[in-house]
Design a protein around this ligand. Structure first.
Ligand SMILES: NC(=O)c1ccc[n+]([C@@H]2O[C@H](COP(=O)([O-])OP(=O)(O)OC[C@H]3O[C@@H](n4cnc5c(N)ncnc54)[C@H](O)[C@@H]3O)[C@@H](O)[C@H]2O)c1
Ligand SMILES: O=C(O)C[C@H](O)C(=O)O
Length: 335
């Protein structure tokens, strides 16, 4: 995993709300295990360095034994040098009246710089997770600017959508979330993401049962369930007046934990990864697929049945990602 006895991980946007939760998940051992020491680089823009100093003090005062070193910086070279893992949370948030393309433009500049910095300074084996929205296309921009790092090492966060779907099923079926398995979320981390339960199952005291057989309500599974997951981020913003933070940090932790340490035999998780053309999605967009992970390498689950309804949902989210890719390509060409 690391040439030393510690792992080095950078979190960008560390002074923000996700950062405040995420960093403690890392140093508690939730991400890489309770025996793994970590060097954590907290990166943010220069005006936030004072806040990062406070976060560093809180980390010290928490006395977590896994902490090897805490670095705070706003300099990309310092941030990315020799890191094993990079979690890119920092970005420009959408402001009132801002179109999606304006958000893309603001973030393209950030992810171009960070992609180049990863390329120049990180280990070539670095595993990158992009969280800042639009997460799939920001990840693509970073990847396009890091030609020396394999595309398979770039991912974006859709595990929060995956976890949201799992939680909705557990609540509807009145079972513990740990008994719900093999939910899939396909596509873009946006309103078009498609939560799919057709391959999922629930462990009941009587044995394994399909989600459809337990829920017995196809209209709900194809209707309210899908829309609840799709608008969950907006619902949290509307209630909290802030976007999801602790649940996002938990999802980031789950994503990196599984990427580093693997998935249990037969268990799928959802990850936004560089499309290889699987399931008719064009090569070269960052698309959320079901994956299994072994020895730090993910494999897209192949051969799942795709019915007409699922095909339409996958096509819709694919169309949005292809359009985002076209906008990003134009924006990058103008820079
Ligand atoms: N993919 C997902 O599931 C998911 C879920 C929740 C939030 N998000 C996204 O995650 C991002 C962060 O959310 P948050 O609530 O922590 O936001 P926040 O506004 O609290 O924090 C963002 C931080 O990023 C920093 N930042 C801005 N530009 C930067 C740059 N160039 N380099 C380094 N840092 C920079 C800011 O200074 C700020 O401290 C947002 O884009 C949000 O939409 C994604
Ligand atoms: O920050 C947002 O716009 C919402 C976030 O992506 C979420 O899914 O909670």
């Amino acid at each position: 995993m690391s040439s030393n006895d510690f792992i080095s991980i950078v979190v960008t946007g560390a002074a923000g709300q996700i950062g405040y939760s995420l960093v403690f998940n890392i140093i508690r051992g939730d991400m890489f295990g309770t025996e793994q020491k970590v060097r954590v680089v907290l990166m943010d823009i220069e005006p936030m360095l004072e806040g990062l100093k406070g976060l560093k003090m809180e980390i010290e005062d928490s006395c977590y034994p896994l902490v090897q070193e805490i670095v705070i910086t706003s300099d990309p070279k310092t941030a990315f040098t020799n890191v094993d893992y990079a979690v890119l949370v920092g970005g420009m948030p959408r402001k009132e009246g801002m179109q999606r393309v304006d958000l893309l433009r603001a973030n393209a500049a950030i992810f171009k710089v960070q992609g180049k910095a990863l390329n120049d300074y990180a280990k070539k084996t670095v595993k990158v997770l992009v969280v800042a929205n639009p997460a799939n296309t920001n990840a693509l921009i970073a990847l396009l600017n890091a030609p020396n790092i394999p595309p398979e090492n770039f991912s974006c966060l859709t595990r929060l959508d995956h976890n949201r779907a799992k939680a909705q099923i557990a609540m509807k079926a009145n079972v513990n979330v740990k008994d719900v398995h093999n939910i899939i979320v396909w596509g873009n981390h946006s309103l078009t993401i498609y939560p799919d339960t057709r391959c999922g199952y629930i462990n009941l005291p009587t044995g394994k049962a399909t989600i459809a057989n337990v829920i017995k309500n196809e209209a709900w599974l194809q209707g309210d369930f899908v829309s609840t997951v799709q608008v969950r981020g907006a619902a949290v913003i509307s209630a909290r007046k802030l976007s999801s933070a602790a649940s996002a940090a938990k999802a980031i932790t789950d994503h990196m934990h599984d990427w580093a340490l693997g998935t249990p035999e037969g268990e799928y998780v959802s990850m936004g990864v560089h499309s290889d053309g699987s399931y008719g999605v064009p090569v070269g967009v960052i698309f959320s697929y079901p994956v299994t992970i072994k020895n730090g390498v993910y494999s897209i689950v192949q051969g799942l049945p795709i019915d007409q309804y699922t095909r339409e949902k996958i096509d819709l989210t694919t169309k949005e990602l292809v359009e985002e890719k076209e906008s990003a390509t134009k924006i990058l060409a103008e820079m």
